[in-house]
Design a protein around this ligand. Sequence first.
Ligand code: COA
Ligand code: AMP
Length: 645
Amino acid sequence: KGQEGHTVGYADIYAQAQQNPQAFWTRAAGDIDWVTPPSKALFDENAPLYEWFSDGQLNGCWNAVDRHVQAGHGDRIAIIHDSPATGTTRTLTYGELQTRVATLAGALRARGVGVGDRVVIYMPMVPEAVEAMLACARIGAIHSVVFGGFAAHELAVRIDDCTPKCVIAASCGIEPGRIVAYKPLLDGALEVAKHTPAFCVILQRDQHPATLHDGRDVDWHAFQSGVTPAECVPVAGNHPAYILYTSGTTGQPKGVVRPTGGHLVALNWTMRHIYDMHPGEVFWAASDVGWIVGHSYICYGPLTYGCTTIVYEGKPVGTPDAGAFWRVVADHKVKCLFTAPTALRAIKRDDPGGALVADYDVSSLESLFLAGERADPDTVEWAQNKLGVPVIDHWWQTETGWAIAANPLGIEKLPLKIGSPAVAMPGYEIAVLDEHGHPVAEGQLGAIAIKLPLPPGTLPTLWNAVERYRNSYLHRFPGYYTTGDAGYRDVDGYLYVMARTDDVINVAGHRLSTGAMEEVLTAHADVAECAVIGVNDALKGQVPMGFLCLNKGTTTTPEQVVTECVALVREKIGPVAAFKLALVVDRLPKTRSGKILRGTMVKIADGQDYKMPATIDDPAILDEITAAVTHLGYGNAAGQDAKAP
Ligand code: COA
Ligand code: AMP
């Protein structure tokens, strides 16, 4: 309620943040604990590089764990590990979490890990992954979690970029039908990495214990035995809490830096105002700790706000069936579920009538939030009908760490418009720009940019790469942050996010770089040149498709090259790339200046009409591309309609 007694709605709150960001975010900062409160919120002395809360002192782990214990909530459940993969469920209270994290932090400290040291975490969906993140935060170490579906090479690239003092890994992950042995992947990464961490901590899992290397590897339990637990070490508000690598346009991922103060303030604010949560309630982000959704909404957001979070080691389907999500909601009384549209498409495909929803009491569920990729209207409508709760699409990126556009349920439920992630969240001034940087009219497509400064919690820079940060995000439209997404806004200010403007594709809610895949394919001895594009897929939203031109005189058959290339991407990038479609062509369509016409190839593969590019070098090549994708069952081939989500 406002001072005059009227309800303060979204428009008022958005306006407050726009008119006086210092006051707005200082107020929000008051909802977390500081050892020394910051003198002000925004630090704009180095514009266009901005920071928030730089001179405050605080600790991330204190805010996520200890403060709740101190407030008398030590018996509240902090983490539920629900693991169909192992057939077990276990819970950790805030009190237990505090003890476990303090001990792990103490063991890391005893081996020399301290403020500012990096720690790479390579773990499946077990609570120990969250404990490892929090243990780093406790002693001011900077964690960098690498998703388990990435292969050794990708892990090595990240190790070399952030040069960790230690790696914390599990012996294995469990995927449906197979054990993924993580330790050999870690060993492989350390063999090729230039940087050598001082030691590795290995969590042995019964399903597949690993062989430990003498002198380098320590056992998770043994190395904690008898150590003195660590207290929370205060760090500056702008101290990096973590680095999270995300795909850019090349094989070198971008190390998004997350400052401690800003992200805790922002996440804490979002739990109440966007997700409508209250302390003690159960929040479930069905994602993975290796992604931004996992960082923000499995770990830091729900815990900082004093909610119960769920670490789910399973899939939306097949563990054991398409009722898995509804079973988890019912078992743990989940109030808010957050997942990617692709997970719902998988459930809908197996249980189109939603019969399995009726098998469970899902009455605790009040909202379903979707992000990670465009939420297609069919899927949103299906979920809304089957669950009877608001299905809220919201749009954000690894870089921002929290929603840029959403329907802020905790402030007011704005009218839902299917196909739109709704409106700008406080602190984000969204602009849709033409190629010259001028705002376009309502309803017109353009590049989506955000007026600087971005709000607290967003990236201030890239790890060890401030010039890349400037070039990637700030140069295109001076005064704005470039999101890399394109879309439009309607007359009510609702945003529609339609596509990427760069070489990033979105496969099953996972962000991948076609450029990185091309780098892998080019390394194949028979490949002279290649192009990878993202094509529509009914389940995963997009899947990569590779076009390969072979060296003259090669004796390997095209089929053999395709098989080897598919295996190579899996080996180098990992299974998560889902690179299964490849074909050999004579030439690639190019402009006269030699630029590959990827956009036209995407249209052909998706079976859409396209205009013959005026600058094309040789139009006849497009016929060959059309024939090739038709051969794979794409393009105008039968069933193409079924492929678009
Ligand atoms: N460790 C090792 N391998 C992994 C992995 C992990 N943590 N996660 C996925 N993989 C593997 C899978 O086993 C699969 O391997 P395969 O080619 O041998 O089958 C491959 O990577 C691709 O995985 P995925 O993209 O998950 O596809 P899928 O076909 O196994 O499942 C869905 C499809 C839709 C069920 C699944 O993608 C899903 O649950 N998506 C939700 C995505 C999500 O939560 N995203 C986070 C953003 S909010
Ligand atoms: P990631 O950094 O992995 O979270 O991926 C961010 C990208 O995913 C964005 O830049 C978008 O391209 C896409 N994305 C995320 N959420 C949405 C959404 N709600 N609607 C459309 N695209 C989305």
